[in-house]
Design a protein around this ligand. Structure first.
Ligand code: C2E
Ligand code: CA
Ligand code: CA
Length: 531
């Protein structure tokens, strides 16, 4: 380790450092921890000054970035990588993909991608042997530029790895919006113990990325415990001091010769820690079941009062999609469909789910608009479970059901009951309801006022026979009538002399059934027989 050079010294020596390869490349293998095979490597820049000794990227890269020189150094690294791959291929060895770092400054640089592509063609390296690493923070200051560069790289066939995922720049948002091929999780961004809070976050990110079907490489892995933990949550791809520090080209070539390789299979041999992990693979049995035999489901993110839908299944669209496209749903803010009361209900449920780590449920009315259906109000039942948490960011999994018609039915029944009660006040009618399950009878106001019936009659109809409102000789007949109703008869009627005065009344019953067709209540009325 040499003396750290000043900015002035670095700038003064830069051209010569490039020309004389004082700036050179080290390689760090990426391994499959399950098989022990190599799946690739990362190229890392070094500067060995003849006078001051080895300089580290953290010291000189910011200087080069500030002075708009980093793209020259990065092109040099890229060319060195091409030469290395060329040598391996020329010697008949088997090569692995090597990733190179693309700085935010390179992305801004006009024509940078064209220049690397030109070099690749010059050395005639298959594009699959060159991966690009871009950092999550490249998205700072707008996605558009990164998206354009990413599209360009993809159109040329480069695989793109998202570097330093989780380092902070609203990770899940970036992940959702950037179509990367591999995600690199840096273990050094983890605070606390593995398996503890940090572990939970990592585990839920790995879970997330699996839903997005993107393989994960864990980097900065120094201990076997870290590697085993990552493997246990379904991430076998490891880069770090545990397997190897970055080594010189010669040493790496030797490692390459001695170690078996394998291609990194996209999300293939990842161990599923939760069946939901496979839900998003369009070709899995889970997806078939999920889409056909399970109801609507969504994964969404909650942060600072905002809800962001990340994934939905086909049934979700059928249940509450109102003919919207998947894209329209993903771009919509569900909170905007709720009024204040319903929003409060949902928020409370999210809060409960975050506290209980358990499934919590709620029913909310939403106003949904769509081009085809226009505006409509629907009632949604949601069973919600928190599946991940990082600082103020919460990830939830929700099973949803459109219960509008059930709700409307209940409301309609309540409404007709209310009307019926009101009408009976005006007509010469006594009315009541009888609940089969509890044998309770609830009389109308007139029954209470005129006949002295209590507001709730338990063990109906016995007390009414006891008090003489119903005559004893009609006991068998009346019990049989109630039994018939309880057994499913929709209606019943009879003329019964009521009260001690034995005044003939026409008694009628109508049954209300629950959604399974089971008798719930009978509505009774008694009208005076006049003639
Ligand atoms: P990075 O891209 O995240 O690279 C990984 C860094 O982690 C490397 O540091 C590597 O040596 C280090 N590392 C790998 N395994 C372990 C481990 O188990 N424990 C610890 N503590 N560290 C580990 P390095 O080589 O010092 O590079 C630092 C950063 O400099 C890189 O972070 C990257 O952002 C930048 N960099 C390196 N080479 C290049 C390059 O060619 N171009 C550009 N633009 N940036 C580069
Ligand atoms: Ca990197
Ligand atoms: Ca990194």
């Amino acid at each position: 380790m040499g003396r750290q050079m000043t900015e002035k010294e670095l700038l003064a020596g830069f051209d010569q450092a490039l020309a004389e390869s004082h700036i050179f490349v080290c390689y760090q293998p990426k391994m499959n921890h399950t098989t022990g095979r190599m799946i690739g490597a990362e190229a890392l820049m070094r500067w060995n000054d003849p006078v001051n000794g080895l300089q580290f990227p953290s010291d000189f890269i910011p200087v080069l970035e500030r002075n708009d020189l980093i793209h020259l150094a990065d092109l040099h690294v890229f060319e060195e990588v091409c030469k290395f791959q060329k040598m391996i291929l020329a010697e008949g060895g088997s090569a692995v993909p090597i990733s190179f770092n693309m700085s935010r400054h390179d992305i801004i640089h006009e024509g940078y991608v064209d220049r690397i592509e030109k070099l690749r063609l010059k050395y005639d390296i298959p594009v699959k042997l060159l991966h690009v690493e871009i950092t999550e923070s490249s998205a700072i200051g707008g996605m558009e530029l990164v998206t354009n560069v990413l599209d360009k790289l993809h159109s040329l066939g480069y695989k793109v790895e998202m570097d330093d995922f989780g380092s902070g720049y609203s990770s899940l948002n970036v992940l959702k919006d950037l179509d990367v091929d591999v995600i690199k999780l840096d273990m050094r961004f983890l605070s606390g113990d593995i398996g503890g809070r940090g572990g939970t976050i990592i585990s839920s990110i790995v879970q997330m990325t699996k839903w997005l079907n993107t393989p994960v490489v864990a980097e900065g892995v120094e201990t076997i415990e870290q590697a085993d933990y990552m493997k246990s949550i379904g991430c076998s791809y490891i880069q770090g001091y545990l397997y190897s520090k970055p080594v010189t080209a010669e040493e790496f070539k030797e490692k390459l010769r001695r170690t078996d390789h394998e291609p990194a299979a996209p999300a293939m041999d990842l161990i599923s820690t939760m069946d939901a992990g496979k839900f998003w693979d369009p070709n899995s049995l889970e997806t078939l079941i999920f889409n056909n035999y399970v109801g609507g489901a969504a994964i969404f993110r909650y942060q600072n009062g905002k809800v962001d839908i990340l994934r939905i299944n086909q049934k979700y669209m059928k249940e509450i999609g109102m003919n919207m496209t998947e894209k329209e749903i993903l771009c919509s803010d569900p909170l905007e469909t709720l009024d204040d009361d319903n929003r409060r209900i949902l928020m409370n449920t999210l809060k409960r789910a975050a506290e209980s780590y358990d499934e919590e449920s709620c029913e909310t009315w939403r106003t949904v608009c769509s081009k085809i259906c226009g505006e409509d109000r629907i009632c949604v039942r949601s069973d919600i479970r928190m599946i991940g948490k990082a600082q103020d960011e919460y990830i939830y999994y929700a099973m949803v059901r459109n219960i509008t018609s059930e709700k409307k039915h209940v409301i309609a029944v309540e409404e007709s009951e209310r009307k019926f009660r009101m009408a009976s006040e005006h007509a010469n009618v006594y009315a009541w309801e009888y609940i089969f399950a509890t044998k309770q009878m609830r009389p109308c106001f007139r029954c209470i006022r005129d006949l002295g019936v209590p507001p709730v009659v338990y063990n109906y109809p016995k007390p009414l026979f006891d008090s003489g409102i119903f005559p004893r000789d009609y006991e068998d007949m009346y019990y049989k009538m109630l039994k018939d109703l309880e057994n499913g008869a929709e209606k019943a009627e009879a003329v019964i002399p009521l009260t001690v005065g034995r005044v003939p009344f026409h008694v009628r019953y109508t049954t209300e059934f629950d959604e399974n067709g089971k008798p719930l209540k009978a509505y009774g009325s008694a009208t005076l027989v006049v003639d």
